[in-house]
Design a protein around this ligand. Structure first.
Ligand code: FAD
Length: 462
């Protein structure tokens, strides 16, 4: 790194080492570009360090602990004795190993530690403990990600009031937790702590939790919350916390909820404010996102944006694909981002959705038939004692093409992979129905739902 006013030329400069940034940098280097990646914290970004990976590690432990109750019911007694500090140690080791893997993936990329800000359409300054370094780039990819949205009256202090990073790092299982925000992050963590023995309350401003999902899917999770004794207060806003109680406001008036900790999980805010985007004339949308075209190019032709700072669902797999697209476009390949982004929640049961939901299809005037297969009828689900949920296939009546799939159930996060392929390749329901799935597996439910959809289409009962 050259420190000082002289700008070092570089072909591709990536700002942010999260899933979007590291994927873009690795792909650009693979395509022969000289790449510098600037990261101000740690490679892996939110996803690896304080997001997808640590949350899934805790969710898995909590799920297995809860399975002890089910095992007891069938005659196997296991009394889980949870050493939560040890669990946290294991979780950190998983994160560290994966972050190390990102370092290896970037073997052809120069990684620079520091905070980048734009000085012009081809120039960036990187500030670090060593001083300020300047780079002149042919193309830059902004992948600065997002941070938790703040809620007025709830200042995250890292002690009582936590954001998702704080909630993931607790060294002991709290007695009580109030989750502010019924989106997937809050509900995933709320369920995990409830399974570990915490008394959890979820507070949600709108009239239902998991608003991004088909209500039929969200209802499956509501049943689990009910079973776990998690209180869900909808149409309720959190207004403050006094150290032991969360104050909330609802149409019924003001109330207090005893809560040792509060998890503020009210959405994510794009990190676009400190990039000096005005210097390069890139407009920032009121939401903080940057508008991009199909190639992920901003209005400044040399600058691309990917991941949580672009509109659409704030999910790692979207960021990664956008990263690949931006890198390929910069390398002169005919690439574009037009795929369906699957939505996912590692709740209980897991939820996953790709393409059109039934109601979105009908509102868009698409004539669809819907087929369902419930895991209650699945042999594999029965042998696992996990029979909640269903697969729902939305197919176009005229062509029989699958336009969307929604899944609630154990393994939905993996099962949706086949559905993504079906939607992406405009597969017909008949092809899915005729594809042999191994028995007994949960994957059979996709073919059965497609077959049910085909029967409804034939009968004209959509
Ligand atoms: P980030 O991962 O946010 O990375 C951005 C990086 O840029 C950061 O490392 C940051 O330090 C760096 N940076 C920012 N500004 C600068 C600057 N000026 N200079 C240098 N570096 C900078 N998604 C899923 O798909 N599946 C999940 O299961 C899932 N679970 C989640 C659970 C939780 C608790 C949370 C919080 C998020 C979860 N997500 C999940 C969302 C996922 O983490 C994000 O969508 C993803 O990390 C976004 O990737 P990104 O590359 O856009 O940005």
């Amino acid at each position: 790194m050259v420190v000082g006013e002289v700008a070092r030329p570089v072909q591709v400069l990536v700002i942010g080492g999260g899933p979007g940034g590291y994927t873009a940098a690795a792909r650009a280097a693979e395509l022969g570009k000289e790449v510098v990646l600037v990261e101000r914290k740690r490679l892996g970004g939110v996803c690896l360090n304080v997001g997808c990976i640590p949350s899934k590690a805790l969710i898995t432990v909590a799920h297995d602990v809860a399975r002890a109750g089910w095992l007891r019911g069938i005659g196997v007694s296991i009394a889980p004795d949870v050493d939560f500090a040890a669990v946290q140690g294991w979780k950190r080791s998983v994160v560290d190993r994966l972050v190390g893997g990102v370092g290896q993936l970037l073997d052809k990329v120069e990684v620079v530690s520091g905070t980048a800000r734009l000085l012009g359409p081809r120039r960036v300054a990187v500030e670090s403990a060593d001083g300020v370094a300047h780079f002149r780039f042919d193309a830059a990819i902004l992948a600065t990600g997002s941070r938790p949205m703040q809620v007025p009256g709830l200042v995250v202090d890292g002690v009582h009031v936590l954001d998702s990073s704080g909630a993931l790092a607790l060294e002991s299982v709290p007695a009580s937790l109030a989750v502010v925000g019924g989106g997937y992050i809050g509900v995933e963590l709320g369920i995990a702590y409830a399974k570990l023995g915490t008394c959890v309350t979820v507070v949600e401003m709108t009239d239902r939790i998991l608003g991004g999902f088909d209500p039929e899917l969200a209802r499956e999770v509501e049943r689990t919350l009910d079973r776990l004794g998690v209180a869900v207060r909808t149409k309720t806003s959190a207004t403050g916390h006094d150290g032991g109680c969360l104050t909330v406001q609802s149409p019924d008036g003001t109330a207090t909820i005893p809560a040792e900790h509060v998890l503020v999980a009210a959405g994510r805010q794009p990190n676009t404010d400190d990039l000096q985007l005005a210097e390069v004339g890139v407009p920032v949308l009121p939401s903080g996102h940057l508008e991009v075209d199909e190639q992920r190019r901003t209005s400044a032709g040399t600058i691309y944006a990917i991941g949580d700072i672009t509109p659409g669902p704030a999910l790692a797999h979207k960021a990664m694909e956008e990263g690949r697209v931006a890198a390929e476009v910069i390398a002169g390949l005919p690439s574009g981002f037009d795929q369906e982004v699957p939505l996912i929640a590692f709740t209980d049961p897991e939820l996953a959705s790709v393409g059109l939901t039934e109601s979105a299809a009908r509102s868009a005037g698409v004539d669809v038939a819907v087929g369902r297969s419930r895991f209650a009828t699945s042999g594999r689900a029965a042998t696992m004692g996990e029979q909640a949920g269903f697969v729902k296939v939305v197919l176009e009546v005229g062509s029989g093409v699958i336009r969307g799939v929604q899944i609630a159930g154990l393994g939905a996060s993996d099962l949706i992979g086949a559905a993504c392929l079906a939607v992406e390749t405009a597969c017909r329901a008949e092809d899915v129905m005729r594809t042999i799935s191994p028995h007994p597996t949960l994957s059979e439910a996709f073919g059965e739902a497609a077959a049910a959809g085909m029967r409804r289409r034939e009968r004209g009962t959509t």
